[in-house]
Design a protein. Structure first.
Length: 458
């Protein structure tokens, strides 16, 4: 059948060519092109909240874009959200706009649209002569829900006592599932997760105050639903201020000769002298290492893997504290300032390093200033870090029991002597490890809240 139609078409073209009308036929065939416009809509709507920005791109390289229409069908009524006709000639079958981009914002309340199910529709036409000169058509329809109500947040945990540079936990209930919820601390955000409790409306957020966030830091629970509506809830809390120690580190030529070759691949050609190389490592490499850490702990385990107080390196002395403000000197002159975000523990050289608590190996690589490093994921955004190791005895993804040996202390990275750099992170923030060595602190500030939320009627 198709072959017969093709033969007929060719025969007609041949006859018309003999009659001298071939150019008209060729033009007609061109203007009767059947390629519909291409439509890209961002985002493809699923839910529409108080406001929903929409942007779209339409491409029609052959005939050009003729008309765009967007509407919302709800309760038997069609509401126009956007419409525009673009310049061109139907007679010539060509438009001037081969690609158009447009944007608009849907505001249901201003349009008199109430909450509930609806249909989001888009229709696009080009300047083709197809469809009795109406053009090729592209249509899109999506079932959506109009939801202009903010999620309701109920903070169920109590006794929120925090310390500057410390951690904490907040448990809250949401009135609806929200793709993003958690605790805001100043400008920082700590996500909350469901799944720990039988009641799936309950969420646990592990949160932190960094070493600079003291009394007066704003703290609240925030949740954004699928429609983009955001709710916030404050809660009573107390923040204890804390002052951290100042420290001075003298950089010797011997240290530079020993350590800088280890960072040769990280140093640019602009750093010529040993002290220039040191400064580049102490600043840029340090900052890059932190970004690497953040990227490796974005998806924590959604289960509590740890229990009880965290272990400390046995028979070890503290050599440097959390949030020590370090002043670096070379030949008697101050050359740099940094903050030490962990606790340095020194024992015998190449001492076995136990896992502070049960967890999953999230990282086991060499990491710049930290040298050979292991990071354990303890669940819900809590991590411990073990740096400057001489050897690593665990693999990524491995489950490690509390007290299980993960490696040996060493001098890798920027360590000036054999020791363990031990750090605790709550999501992206380093916090004071001393809290996590204290079973009473853990019980009062973390475990008791979880137990209370797990108790019916608690």
């Amino acid at each position: 059948m198709k072959e017969n139609k093709k033969n007929v078409r060719l025969t007609l073209i041949g006859i018309l060519a003999v009659m001298g009308v071939l150019p008209v036929v060729v033009l007609a065939l061109m203007r009767l092109e059947g390629e519909p416009p291409r439509l890209e809509l961002l985002p493809e709507p699923v839910a529409i909240g108080m406001t929903m920005p929409v942007s779209a791109t339409v491409v029609d390289e052959r005939s050009g874009v003729r008309r765009v229409w967007v509407g919302l069908y709800k309760d038997g009524k069609e509401t126009v959200l956007f419409e525009k006709t673009y310049p061109g000639s139907v007679l010539l079958g060509s438009g001037t706009q081969k690609k158009v981009t447009f944007a608009f914002t849907v505001t249901p309340k201003e349009l008199g649209i109430i909450d509930g199910p609806a249909v989001f529709r888009v229709r696009v036409r080009d300047f083709s002569w197809r469809g009795w000169f109406n053009g090729n058509k592209t249509e899109m329809e999506r079932d959506v829900v109009v939801d202009t109500r903010e999620p309701v947040i109920d903070v169920v945990s109590r006794a929120h006592y925090f310390t500057q540079g410390g951690a904490g936990a907040v448990i809250y209930r949401l009135s609806e599932p929200c793709p993003r919820s958690g605790v805001t601390v100043g400008e920082d955000f700590y996500p909350g997760y469901s799944g720990l409790f039988k009641d799936q409306t309950l969420y646990l957020a592990m949160m932190a105050l960094n070493h600079r966030q003291g009394p007066g830091t704003s703290i609240a629970v925030q949740a954004t639903d699928a429609a983009g509506n955001t709710g916030r809830a404050g809660f009573r809390h107390w923040i204890k201020s804390r002052r951290f120690r100042a420290d001075r580190i003298n950089i010797s030529d011997g240290f530079l000769d020993w350590k800088m070759p280890e960072f040769q691949e990280d140093i640019t050609v602009d750093a010529q002298t040993p002290i220039d190389k040191f400064l580049q490592v102490n600043r840029k490499v340090r900052a890059d290492n932190y970004l690497t850490l953040k990227s490796r702990i974005l998806n924590p385990e959604r289960r509590l893997l740890w229990e009880g107080a965290f272990l400390r390196l046995p028979n070890a002395a503290n050599r440097a504290g959390f949030a020590d403000s370090r002043e670096y000197r070379y030949n008697g002159k101050i050359i740099d300032h940094q903050v030490h975000m962990g606790i340095d523990l020194a024992s015998l050289a190449h001492s076995p390093v136990p896992a502070a608590n049960a967890g999953k190996v999230a990282f086991n690589e060499n990491l710049g200033i930290y040298g050979r490093t292991v990071i354990l994921d303890h669940g819900f955004g809590l991590f411990t870090m073990y740096a400057h190791l001489s050897s690593i005895d665990v693999t990524k993804g491995q489950m490690v029991s509390k007290g299980g040996i993960i490696g040996l202390t060493g001098t890798t990275g920027m360590a000036g002597g054999d020791h363990l750099h031990f750090a605790v992170m709550v999501h992206h923030t380093f916090v004071n490890p001393i809290e996590w060595w204290d079973g009473t602190w853990i019980q009062n500030n973390i475990s008791a809240k979880i137990e209370q939320a797990q108790t019916p009627g608690g």
